[in-house]
Design a protein around this ligand. Structure first.
Ligand code: HBI
Ligand code: FE
Length: 279
């Protein structure tokens, strides 16, 4: 094992979880959730992927307020065995991987302030639950997320966590998918952001590159602005299949390959067109 995992903050359990205590959310916070949800739903029709929209329906996430995890988990567990657990904020990688490997998704137990309505850097309950949880109702993506956690635990003693973080970043957080109807969003970081939901699909600025695991894991990312590159999968199964291979030779090749700046385009890249905007 690498360095001993940091101790959990006061009041948190050894696995860094805390009680959601749904009653602690105020009427003002439930109203803020409603407005965040309403604004996103205006943007996401025709932009979010089918699995995401189906997940919102399946979990009855219709924006009535901050979801009560006890209620949310009854539906989620029945569908794919996943549960949402409340945490104070970001948790150490080892803790995060352990939760994912056991089909538990850690969600920040706080809602952004009114001043942070448009953007918050730390994942709050809106980013985590509205952004991430609907995709966990899809059996293939649910399996991918668990495989990611298992892979993370196996890699803790290796020096490849930055490369694994890029895989999470460019798929789970900022992934795009080609569907029969056209290019769509599945990444939580995009789907929870009104501006990036449009930018990622329609702006001529970013690169959109066909998913290539090793190429993706070489590519650095920025956390404080729209992505300069998005990776595009053809199906969720393609993502799951990518995790089924032996990563040892991949890690060896990555150690020898240079890192790529976020806006890099390689001759070997398959460029994908943005969403044609209906005039
Ligand atoms: N912790 N609560 C929380 N949420 C995350 O999304 C998260 C984390 N810890 C680590 C982490 N993400 C990233 O390093 C992943 O790439 C593993
Ligand atoms: Fe996230």
């Amino acid at each position: 094992m690498g360095a001993a995992a940091a101790a959990p903050p006061p009041g948190a359990r050894a696995d860094w979880t805390i009680d959601q205590d749904w009653g602690h959310f105020t009427p003002a916070e439930h109203d803020r959730w409603r407005r965040l949800h309403e604004r996103q739903m205006e943007v996401l029709q025709g932009r979010a992927c089918g699995a995401f929209l189906n997940g919102l329906e399946a979990l009855d996430l219709h924006g009535s307020g901050v979801p009560d995890f006890e209620v949310l988990n009854q539906g989620l567990e029945r569908l794919t065995g996943w549960r949402v657990v409340a945490v104070p904020g970001l948790v150490p990688d080892a803790v995060f991987f352990e939760h994912l490997a056991n089909r538990r998704f850690p969600a920040g137990n706080f809602l952004r302030s009114e001043a942070e309505f448009d953007y918050i850097e730390a994942p709050d309950v809106f980013h985590d639950v509205f952004g991430h949880v609907p995709m966990l109702t899809d059996p293939v993506f649910a399996a991918y997320m668990q495989a990611y956690g298992e892979g993370g635990l196996r890699a803790l003693h290796l020096d490849v966590l930055p490369q694994l973080a890029r895989l999470y970043w460019y798929t789970v957080e900022f992934g795009l998918i080609e569907e029969p109807e056209g290019l769509r969003i599945y990444g939580a970081g995009i789907v929870s952001s009104p501006a990036e939901s449009v930018h990622a699909l329609e702006s001529p600025v970013p690169n959109r590159i066909g998913f290539d695991l090793e190429r993706l894991m070489r590519t650095r990312y920025r956390i404080d602005d729209f992505q300069e590159t998005y990776f595009v999968i053809g199906s969720l199964q393609q993502l799951m299949d990518a995790t089924l291979q032996d990563f040892a030779p991949i890690y060896d090749r990555l150690r020898g390959a240079g890192e790529l700046a976020p806006a890099t385009v390689l001759d070997s890249d398959r460029m994908v067109a943005g969403l044609a905007v209906p005039v």
